[in-house]
Design a protein around this ligand. Structure first.
Ligand SMILES: *Cc1c(COP(=O)(O)O)cnc(C)c1O
Length: 402
C-alpha cells in the first residue's frame, strides 16, 4: 500500500524548471494574485491566539479583534481617500457589486427606477442589473467604442429624471482599460445621481480617490491586490444609504450582517497599506514589463492586434489578438504559461468574449486573443521567456496552417 501511494505521488509531474525559471509562469494576475508574504504574516495571529469576535464587547478577545478591524478599515480608507466609517467589509467583489447596485436600487425606489451601466462590465454587475430588471427596474446598457471606452455624450443622453444609479467599472478585467471616471462622476454629481464603480481591477494599480473622482459607491476585492480570497470592501459615501441584501445581526452599520472575517479583513487592510506605499513604484515595474512584452511580440510577429486603449489602461494588462491562429491551439502551445484566453468554454461550446465582441472584434480575433496579466512578482526573465514562447508558438501554428 505504501508503495502505491508513493508511486502515485511521484507520478504527478514535478514543477519543471528551465534555467532559473519555474514553470509554468504565472501571468494571469487579473484572475487572481498570490497573497503577499507580508499580508499572510499580518493575518496569521488572527486565526489562532487573536481569534476573537469583534462583536464581543465584554472581553479583551473581542476588543483585540475589533481593534484589528478598525486598523484595517483605516488602511482601506486611506488608500481611496475615504473616511474609515465609510468602508464596509464584504465577502469579495461579487458581493460588493450586488450590495452596491441592488442596495442602491432598493433604497432609491422612491426617487426612481432607472440604472445605467455598460455592456463590458463584470458579470457581478451585469447579472445584478439583470436581476433588478426582473423586478421592474429599467436598465440602460451603454455600448463602448473601439478602444473599450464609453462615449460620455451617450451617458449624458441616457440619463432620465428616473435615473438613480450609474454603475461603470474603473478598469476592465479583460482589457484593462480605464473608463473616464472623473468625468462620469462629475456628470452624476451635477444631476444628483449615485455613481458606483467596480474598482476590483484598478485598486492598487491606478490612483483611486473617492473625493476627487466624485464616487459615491465603490467595490473591490482582496484577492486582486495580493490579499486573500473571500474578502472585499465597499465604500459608501457618508449620507448614502443602501438597503441590505444580507439580513441579520446588523453588523457594518446595518448594511451587511454577518460575523466579520477578521483574518481576511486584516489581510485586506495590510494589502491596501502596501499598495499605498508602493503603488507608484510597482506601476513603473509592471508597465515596463508589459511594454517590453508588447514590443517584443509586435516586433517579431505581424497580424497582432492590441485590444483596448493603450493610453487609458492599467499598467499590468496586455490583451492581444493573433490573426490566422486557432485560439485553442494557441493556448495549448502556451502550456508553460498561465494566461487567459478570450474564448470561454461554456457548455462545451467556444464562446467569444462579450467584452471583445463589444469592441467590434470578429469571432476569430476574439477567440485567438490572450490576456497577459503582469503582477508584483513577475521577473524580466519570465517576460522574455513568455515573449519567446508566444513568438515561437504563433509562428509554428501559422506555418502548419499554410
Ligand atoms: C474579480 C472581479 C470581481 C469579483 O470579485 P470576487 O472577489 O472574485 O467575487 C468583480 N469585478 C471585477 C472587475 C473583478 O475583476
Amino acid at each position: 500500500m505504501t508503495n502505491t501511494v508513493q508511486a502515485s505521488i511521484e507520478s504527478t509531474p514535478p514543477d519543471q524548471t528551465r534555467g532559473d525559471l519555474k514553470l509554468p509562469i504565472y501571468l494571469d494576475n487579473q484572475a487572481t494574485t498570490p497573497v503577499d508574504p507580508r499580508v499572510l504574516e499580518a493575518m496569521l495571529p488572527y486565526f489562532t491566539e487573536k481569534f476573537g469576535n469583534p462583536a464581543s464587547r465584554s472581553h479583551r478577545f473581542g476588543w483585540a479583534a475589533d481593534e484589528a478591524v478598525q486598523t484595517a478599515r483605516t488602511q482601506v480608507a486611506d488608500l481611496i481617500g475615504a473616511s474609515p466609517k465609510e468602508v464596509l467589509f464584504t465577502s469579495g467583489g461579487t458581493e460588493g457589486d450586488n450590495l452596491a447596485i441592488k442596495g442602491a436600487a432598493y433604497a432609491g425606489k422612491a426617487r426612481g427606477n432607472h440604472i445605467i451601466t455598460v455592456v463590458t462590465e463584470h458579470k457581478a454587475v451585469l447579472d445584478s442589473c439583470k436581476h433588478l430588471e426582473t423586478e421592474g427596474v429599467q436598465v440602460t446598457y451603454l455600448p463602448v467604442q473601439k478602444d473599450g471606452l464609453i462615449d460620455l455624450d451617450q451617458l449624458v443622453g441616457a440619463i432620465t429624471d428616473r435615473t438613480i444609479l450609474v454603475t461603470i467599472m474603473h478598469s476592465n478585467n479583460e482589457i484593462g482599460v480605464l473608463q473616464p471616471i472623473v468625468e462620469i462622476g462629475r456628470v452624476c454629481r451635477q444631476r444628483g445621481i449615485l455613481f458606483h464603480t467596480d474598482a476590483a481591477q484598478s485598486i492598487a494599480k491606478a490612483p483611486v480617490n473617492v473625493t476627487s473622482q466624485n464616487i459615491d459607491l465603490l467595490s473591490f476585492s482582496g484577492h486582486k491586490l495580493y490579499g486573500p480570497k473571500g474578502v472585499g470592501a465597499v465604500y459608501v459615501r457618508e449620507g448614502v444609504r443602501l438597503s441590505p441584501i444580507i439580513d441579520g445581526g446588523g453588523h457594518e452599520r446595518g448594511m451587511r450582517s454577518g460575523t466579520l472575517n477578521v483574518p481576511g479583513i486584516v489581510g485586506l487592510g495590510k494589502a491596501c497599506a502596501i499598495a499605498s506605499a508602493e503603488m507608484s513604484k510597482e506601476a513603473c515595474h509592471t508597465a515596463g514589463f508589459r511594454n517590453r512584452l508588447r514590443d517584443r511580440i509586435l516586433g517579431s510577429l505581424d497580424g497582432c492586434y492590441i485590444n483596448g486603449s493603450m493610453e487609458n489602461r492599467v499598467p499590468g494588462n496586455l490583451n492581444l489578438s493573433f490573426a490566422r491562429v486557432d485560439g485553442q491551439a494557441l493556448l495549448m502551445g502556451l502550456s508553460d504559461v498561465a494566461v487567459s484566453s478570450g474564448a470561454a468554454c461554456t457548455s462545451a461550446k467556444l464562446e467569444p468574449s462579450y467584452v471583445l465582441k463589444a469592441l467590434g472584434l470578429s469571432d476569430d480575433l476574439a477567440n485567438s486573443s490572450i490576456r497577459f496579466g503582469i503582477g508584483r512578482f513577475n521577473t524580466e526573465a519570465e517576460i522574455d521567456f513568455v515573449a519567446d514562447r508566444v513568438i515561437e508558438v504563433v509562428s509554428q501554428l501559422r506555418e502548419i496552417s499554410l
